[in-house]
Design a protein around this ligand. Sequence first.
Ligand SMILES: Nc1nc2c(ncn2[C@@H]2O[C@H](COP(=O)(O)OP(=O)(O)OP(=O)(O)O)[C@@H](O)[C@H]2O)c(=O)[nH]1
Ligand SMILES: [Mg+2]
Ligand SMILES: [Zn+2]
Length: 311
Amino acid sequence: MKFQKNGKVVRGVGGLYEVRIDENERLLVRAKGVLKQDAGKVLIGDNVTVIGDDAVPDDIVISAIAPRQNALIRPPMANLDMLFAVFAVEKPEPALETVDKLLSIAVYNKITPVVVLTKTDLSETLTDTYRQIYEKAGFRVFVTCAKKGENEGVNALKAFIEEHLSNGKTAAFAGASGVGKSTLLNAVFPGLSLATGNISARIERGKHTTRTVELFECEKGSAATGFLADTPGFSLLDFEHFDFFALDDLLDTFPDIARYRGKCRYVDCAHVGEGAAECAVAKAEADGTLSPSRLSSYRSLYKTLKNKNNY
Ligand SMILES: Nc1nc2c(ncn2[C@@H]2O[C@H](COP(=O)(O)OP(=O)(O)OP(=O)(O)O)[C@@H](O)[C@H]2O)c(=O)[nH]1
Ligand SMILES: [Mg+2]
Ligand SMILES: [Zn+2]
């Protein structure tokens, strides 16, 4: 008998996709030819139509992808409602510009950004510094340590996930390799048993332990579950080839800077080099209201996007 079903792509394995039809059924299927090519390629998180015939089980394919709410290049996913930008207070030393880039891309794509600090057992001082930078910028910040097992931060994150990720809502853990994304997911959802890796002792970077994006059910076996993805860690090089948008859209992706719109001396102020007397943003940095690292990330992205738009 011919059949047609709708489901969500939760995993890709060597040309096959795992499609979750509902809490009781999953299918391992191929994608129709045109859905294998670059631009139209199936992404994890896609809502798809699967067609087949019970008489020919090898012929079940993804025949169509439903219109996407959004799609990212890194992590390569579709239909995200929330993005957890995960970084360690040290080991590896965080590159705040890449964290800010990730948050900015989330905001641009209408994905709720959340900041997650990991390895907070390694330095109380750095934990406070980073927490303040992101709380001051207006982000929701979770301070976690997965090493000691269950604790306050992990429990708070777990409660937040339970509250916000139900009824098909989808989120991802994203960030540099080795920051502890998989370890933290294991702590939040005991029983997941995700592989975790060491940090290279010599260069103090992660070793790219997680290789593919995989979506997990937040409430296993429930029809009303939400989904959370573990994703492969970025390398610094990855951030050079990132999702981009127009320069004009940049300011709104930094809510802590956008609040000074129209407050500078010159209407066309780009907030990229003017002194505190002319620029309200520079003034905010000077008086400590705006974190220097946030402004520095903004200015760096401004430069990148300006050059890109000039091609
Ligand atoms: N001290 C400390 N180490 C941690 C903590 N969480 C994770 N680690 C260690 O960090 C290393 C990397 O952890 P992973 O969970 O594999 O990191 P990841 O972000 O998933 O890395 P990729 O899969 O490569 O992207 C492991 O050796 C973990 O034991 C923590 O809270 N404190
Ligand atoms: Mg991992
Ligand atoms: Zn300005």
